[in-house]
Ligand binder design. Structure first.
Ligand code: NAD
Ligand code: USQ
Length: 381
């Protein structure tokens, strides 16, 4: 199949592009390299030494499969995006290209507006370009578990739609799960959902929205094929996500930074599983006329202090409880359905398996890039 991967130079997009190419799909990456620019802006960066996009593409074509690259800002260059879609004629488009860090979106006015402008306009441009060029193209969007808020208020979190009873008519129905974002970034993912509902209702746009949990790990079978293909790995207080931060901290003898009392439960998925789920979504599009399809792309639920304990047990790392810079529940219970992707063949890799390997890899390969000043760099909100 032909697949356009928007945001294909990023942490999830790069290994997904490699995986799809390895499986024989014809991949076109679109990226404006804004994430690399933010590395410079924040004076932090990937712990792994990521190659230039030019070198990545060259080696990927030699060792993995067919991958092409176009530098387009999908939020600012609508014509460029539309023309590329018309030229490539993809079966699917994967939309990773959004500003994805909650802390970054909460730094201040500039970052709040950038996150909204970039994410909402970019995602809307993709929908609009698809209906201009060919409404049968399957759009696969990366949403987030954060659209639901992380509570058990309505029981186990379903896949996008909540069963409800309307009291006045005693009617049973389903509604889009009530949005409950915890940051401007998460709010943009809630707004994306409304764009998809309308484009589906009016033009029959075929959409799969994947509400992904926190992605952890760094390497996949394909990124390991050559050092130039290595994936990025964020560890700082703005872009680093909790388990990867703990892995980098354990590898560098820094106490694990549990925010608050660590009672926050979140859903997790390994980077190789994330790429595998994208492959499943590409190869199994929704049926004609099916409503916006929503899957929870998660493997398991863990609490933050539980994760810290697993790493402490495996590596001897110390744990420190620091003031939580975020406005969020100090503790919550979370239970999440993931039947949709499982029904397509997803068999999750659970935590313990790769954890120690990742600590070793990060410890051996990246110590020279680890800067302690970037560990507690989150903004407060
Ligand atoms: P990332 O920042 O590493 O990658 C995003 C890529 O998109 C970057 O390469 C960036 O340069 C590009 N991009 C951003 N705006 C663009 C624009 N306007 N035009 C073209 N390219 C643009 O992020 P990631 O971790 O790979 O996340 C990818 C997607 O998955 C995001 O939408 C994110 O919300 C979602 N997601 C990520 C995680 C996670 O834990 N990393 C979890 C759940 C969901
Ligand atoms: N946390 C710590 N210590 C740290 C870092 C974080 O205790 O050093 C806590 C946070 O307070 C939070 C939890 O860990 O309770 C998760 O934080 P995170 O930074 O790992 O994840 P989050 O900000 O939610 O965002 C990440 C991705 C985002 C994606 C989201 C999926 O950056 O793109 O949408 O995970 S989810 O969390 O399921 O909504």
């Amino acid at each position: 199949m032909k697949v356009i991967v928007l945001g294909g130079d990023g942490f999830c997009g790069w290994p997904t592009s490699l995986k799809l190419a390895k499986e024989g799909h014809d991949v076109t990456i679109v990226d404006n390299l804004s994430r690399r620019a933010i590395d410079l802006e924040l004076s932090s960066g990937s712990l792994t030494n990521i190659a230039s996009i030019r070198d990545r593409i060259k080696v990927a074509n030699e060792k993995v499969g067919k991958i092409d690259f176009h530098n387009i800002d999908i939020a600012k260059d609508f014509a460029g995006l539309r023309n590329l879609i018309a030229e490539v004629k993809p079966d699917s488009i994967i939309q990773f290209a959004e500003q994805r860090a909650a802390p970054y979106s909460m730094i201040g006015d500039t970052e709040r507006r950038y996150t909204v402008d970039n994410n909402i306009v970019g995602t809307h441009n993709v929908c609009s370009a698809i209906v201009e060029v060919d409404p049968s193209i399957h759009l696969i969007h990366l949403g987030t578990m954060g659209v639901y808020g992380y509570s058990k208020e309505f029981g186990k979190i379903p896949e996008g739609y909540l069963d409800i009873e309307i009291k006045s008519t005693a009617q049973d129905t389903q509604i889009l799960y009530p949005a409950n974002p915890g940051s401007v970034y998460h709010m943009t993912k809630c707004l994306d959902q409304l764009i998809f509902q309308f484009y589906h209702k009016n033009w029959g746009l075929k959409v799969t929205d994947l509400h992904q949990g926190i992605v952890w790990g760094v390497e996949t079978a394909e990124t390991k094929l050559d050092p130039v293909l290595v994936n990025r790995f964020d560890y700082d207080g703005v872009y680093g996500t909790v388990l990867n931060r703990f892995i980098s901290q354990a590898a560098n003898d820094v106490p694990l930074t549990v925010y608050g009392i660590g009672g926050q439960e979140r859903a997790f998925i390994h980077i190789a599983d994330s790429a595998r789920c994208l492959q499943l979504a590409v190869e199994n599009p929704p049926a004609d006329g099916e409503r916006v399809r929503i899957f929870n792309q998660v493997s398991e639920v863990q609490s933050v202090k539980g994760l810290a304990q697993i790493l402490a047990d495996q590596t001897g790392a110390k744990v420190q409880f620091v003031d939580n810079p975020r406005k969020e529940l100090a503790e919550n219970e979370l239970e999440v359905a993931n039947d949709g992707l499982r029904s397509l063949g997803f068999e999750p890799v659970l935590l313990n398996t790769d954890l120690i390997e990742d600590v070793k890899f990060i410890g051996n390969e990246t110590k020279h890039n680890f800067d302690k000043a970037n560990v507690l760099s989150s903004p407060k909100w």
